[in-house]
Write a protein that binds this ligand. Structure first.
Ligand code: AKB
Length: 320
């Protein structure tokens, strides 16, 4: 087997920070090229500034490092995207087209493309939303991800480019903060709890959304990317499920450890985004094709978040 050399875009983001470290573990620190539009403090490994809308800059890096896999994480998320719809569309699509074209032209073996539960929209089955549900996204982020899924499938069918994709739910991890999504509250709430602050939630108490602990999200990503090519029947993007919960359920789980923790509610524009998304996901195709199985329930997620964040704050190693 040839040595894999992996390039990541958006390596400084919520998922990117953690995925970069995991890929360094798997492929060796010298075989991972982390890139982001912003410099990263105290980065351990190879880091390059990259604006992924710049085709030539991406091409130069792929050639310079002989890249064999690209994980394309750079994107503007659901809530932030609604503040600037046209730039969001441009950035999300242009960066992905650049990745697809560079991968096709320079024989990159595999591309990972994150999609999202944001591809679904109103009037779908919101409980156990099926893989084959129709997609009528309500946000520009969701529209860009739904379009991206089709382009992933197109490049696979037309050019045999091995693009693999997951529809992530909200990701909850202690290592990083959310980056402008509708599910960010589920990370922020833990920081308030540890710091003994009242948390003001921008969603209503009973808004149930699909979520996933960071470790599960990383495991799913690696499992998909390492699965035998012939097993993968879905070339748009796979549904994956972790846990579903509402803000009030999450607050109650936190109160088991921090009984004095308080939450208040002040829903804003993000409520209507959340209302258009599924409450839970049917991921039976991911389970069938590459043995997907989540490991974290609400209790385990809560305990892990509280324990690890407490350690980070007390060690002063919080670099969010
Ligand atoms: C967001 O809230 O926009 C993201 C997502 C679910 O894709 N976390």
């Amino acid at each position: 087997m040839n040595q894999e050399v992996v390039l990541i875009t958006g390596a400084g983001g919520q998922l990117g920070t953690v995925l970069t470290k995991e890929l360094q573990q798997i492929y060796g620190i010298d075989n991972v090229v982390a890139t982001d539009i912003r410099p990263q403090d105290n980065f351990n490994g190879t880091f390059e500034i990259l604006d992924a809308t710049d085709l030539k800059a991406l091409e130069d890096l792929v050639k310079e490092y002989n890249i064999t896999q690209i994980y394309h994480l750079a994107a503007i998320l659901s809530a932030k995207g609604e503040q600037a719809p046209m730039p969001t569309w441009d950035i999300n699509m242009k960066t992905f087209f650049n990745v697809l074209e560079v991968a096709r032209l320079f024989n990159v073996d595999k591309v990972f493309y994150p999609s999202s539960i944001a591809v679904f929209g109103n009037n779908i089955e919101r409980v156990k939303t099926p893989q084959s549900s129709y997609l009528v996204p309500e946000t520009v982020y969701g529209i860009s991800k739904a379009a991206g899924e089709q382009w992933a499938n197109y490049y696979f069918k037309k050019y045999n480019l091995d693009v693999r994709s997951l529809r992530y739910p909200g990701i909850v991890g202690y290592q990083s903060l959310g980056g402008g999504g509708t599910t960010d509250y589920a990370v922020d709430i833990f920081h308030s709890a540890i710091n003994q602050e009242t948390f003001q939630c921008f969603l209503e108490p009973n808004t149930i959304l699909p979520m996933m602990f960071m470790d599960d999200a990383i495991r799913a990503t690696i499992a998909l990317m390492q699965a035998p090519k012939e097993n993968l029947k879905t070339r748009t993007s796979y549904n994956i499920a972790g846990i579903s919960f509402s803000p009030e359920e999450l607050a109650s789980a936190i109160q088991k450890t921090y009984p004095n923790f308080k939450i208040t509610y002040k829903p804003d524009f993000r409520q209507s985004i959340a209302n258009s998304w599924p409450m839970s996901i049917d991921d039976s195709e991911a389970r069938r094709d590459w043995n997907w199985q989540p490991q974290y329930n609400l209790e385990l997620l809560t305990q892990s978040m509280l324990t690890n964040l407490k350690l980070k704050y007390s060690d002063n190693t919080i670099t969010l």
